[in-house]
Design a protein around this ligand. Structure first.
Ligand SMILES: Nc1ncnc2c1ncn2[C@@H]1O[C@H](COP(=O)(O)OP(=O)(O)OP(=O)(O)O)[C@@H](O)[C@H]1O
Ligand SMILES: [Mg+2]
Length: 276
């Protein structure tokens, strides 16, 4: 019987498709979300990104917050067209990528213009998918894409949750954090159900942890009892060096690699590498 070449070709095409699929799917798109303000979303996005880049990963940070804090934390120019211009179709997203002082770490900036997107997209068809659509144009070139959200559950955060395949929840060790957490988890679950079945919670990270206070220990215990292995083991301590670094436009691995905050994010980066 003659060898069935057509079957052989189909098999090879399937293998190639699988390799391509694995490669594309290997990009980890992580959204840093918490509607509560000042909990360490931006600090975590910048420093975790910097350590993953130090580990040889190609990392793209996206500042999805009109406050532009991530933009200044990694020292990129907020006058160069950024995520607002990309989302509103004024410029190709690839042209908004800027390099940072960390090798392998790149970023797309934002500024106050981004507030306009809420109005511009108010009647737009599938307005929750705008970021997702843009990321699909570049994601196969990256190992990690990090999205830093503003402190709300509005349209921008929704776009972040729809575009990502993982979420990391930074949580400050205080009583009100717990109340906000259940609302956030409900939102993530409803986005997963209705808009983005790929979305998983990668983990909850405690920030500004002060081991001297009883409350901090209790909050960590309560959340760990409920969320179990979703809680990262690394705790990010309260450390003034972490709050100084952004004013120099440097992630902590360049600003002060030996401080306790740097150690916290280094350990967290190792956990993220294992989980993602
Ligand atoms: N571990 C830490 N130790 C000390 N200061 C910290 C730590 N983490 C963050 N900060 C500081 O706390 C403030 C809030 O942090 P950050 O901007 O990362 O929070 P955020 O959740 O992104 O805030 P927003 O909701 O406004 O975007 C900043 O001034 C930051 O420098
Ligand atoms: Mg922020």
């Amino acid at each position: 019987m003659l060898y069935d070449w057509s079957r052989e070709y189909t098999k090879r095409a399937d293998t190639l498709k699988q390799i391509y699929y694995n490669h594309v799917m290997s990009v980890k798109k992580i959204v840093f979300a918490n509607q509560k303000g000042g909990v360490g979303k931006t600090t975590s996005t910048a420093n975790l990104g910097a350590y993953l880049a130090e580990f040889g990963q190609k990392v793209l940070l996206i500042d999805l917050d009109p406050q532009g804090n991530l933009t200044s934390a990694v020292g990129i120019d907020d006058e160069i067209p950024g995520i607002y211009e990309a989302l509103s179709g004024k410029i190709e997203i690839k042209k908004t990528i800027q390099s940072t002082s960390v090798e392998g770490l790149y970023a797309i900036g934002s500024n106050i213009n981004l507030t306009g997107i809420n109005v511009e997209l108010v009647d737009a068809y599938r307005r929750e998918f705008y970021l997702d659509k843009q990321l699909k144009r570049l994601e196969d070139e990256w190992d990690y894409i990090f999205i830093d959200c503003p402190p709300s559950l509005g349209l921008l955060t929704l776009n972040g949750l729809v575009a990502a395949n993982y979420s990391i929840i930074p949580l400050q060790c205080e009583y009100f954090a717990l109340e906000g957490l259940s609302m956030l988890v409900r939102t993530i679950m409803s986005v997963k159900k209705q808009l983005n079945p790929d979305l998983e919670i990668m983990g909850i990270v405690f920030t500004m942890y002060d081991q001297r206070t009883r409350l901090a220990k209790d909050v960590v215990q309560d959340v760990s009892d409920y969320f179990a292995d979703k809680v990262f083991n690394s705790l990010i301590p309260r450390n003034v060096r972490l709050s100084e670094a952004p004013s120099h436009g440097l992630p902590i691995n360049l600003y002060d690699p030996f401080c306790s905050g740097a150690k916290g994010y280094l350990e967290l980066a190792k956990e993220v590498l294992k989980r993602g």
